[in-house]
Design a protein around this ligand. Sequence first.
Ligand SMILES: [Zn+2]
Length: 59
Amino acid sequence: MQKKKATELQQAWGAKPCPHPAFAKEYDLGERTGNYVCTQCGAILSFREKVEATKGRGE
Ligand SMILES: [Zn+2]
């Protein structure tokens, strides 16, 4: 997912809590950033944060 799209998702989602049900790899200007974007709320998580967020969910 492009960083720009993640920002749009964040603005659309607002400040509601999100369980981060699914992630996409983050791209900025066509290059991997190494981060992940929640496809629901647009939150950008590092690889380590993503692992923490999905721990125990069988992913
Ligand atoms: Zn989320």
